[in-house]
Write a protein that binds this ligand. Sequence first.
Ligand code: GTP
Ligand code: MG
Length: 151
Amino acid sequence: MERTFIAIKPDGVQRGLISEIVNRFERKGYKLVAIKLIVPSKGFAEKHYHDLKERPFFNGLCDFLSSGPVLAMVWEGEGVIKYGRKLIGATDPQKSEPGTIRGDLGVVVGRNIIHGSDGPETAKDEIALWFEPKELVSYTSNAEKWVYGVN
Ligand code: GTP
Ligand code: MG
C-alpha cells in the first residue's frame, strides 16, 4: 500500500497543532505506520530540502526546520501521497483553500506548519531519510475493511 512522509514543522508543534493535524489524517481513513518527535540538525534539514538548495530562502528554511521539535510520520493509504497534499493545501497558506491544514491554520509561506512528500520517488527517499526500516510498523487496522470495503 502507498506510503507518504508527513512532518509537522516546529511552528505546528509549538502551536499545539499535533492532535489537530493527526486527527485530520486519521479521520480521512489513512493509517499511521511510523511516528517520532525529533529535532533535526541543520545538516539533516539541508538533506531533506536538498532540491531547494538554489532557492534564496533555502538557508532560512533549513534554520527553521532545525529550530525545534519536528513530528515525523509515515501515513499509509490508497492515493495518500497526492491526496495528503490536498489535505495540506497550497505551499503558501494565503493561497490554500479553507478546509486545508495550511488554509485553516497558517498565515505565511515561511511558517506553513506541515510538510508532505510531493510524489512517489520523494516519498520513498524521505521515508528512508527520516526512518529506519524497523521503525515502520506493518499492521492491519480494524477500520480498513470499513474504509476500503474489503474483507
Ligand atoms: P513542503 O511540503 O514543506 O516541501 O512544501 P511544498 O512542497 O508545498 O513547497 P516546496 O517544496 O516548494 O517548498 C518547501 C518549503 O519551503 C515550503 O513549505 C515553505 O515553507 C518554503 N518556501 C517555499 N517557497 C517559499 C518562498 O517563496 N519563501 C519562503 N520564505 N519560503 C518558501
Ligand atoms: Mg515540497
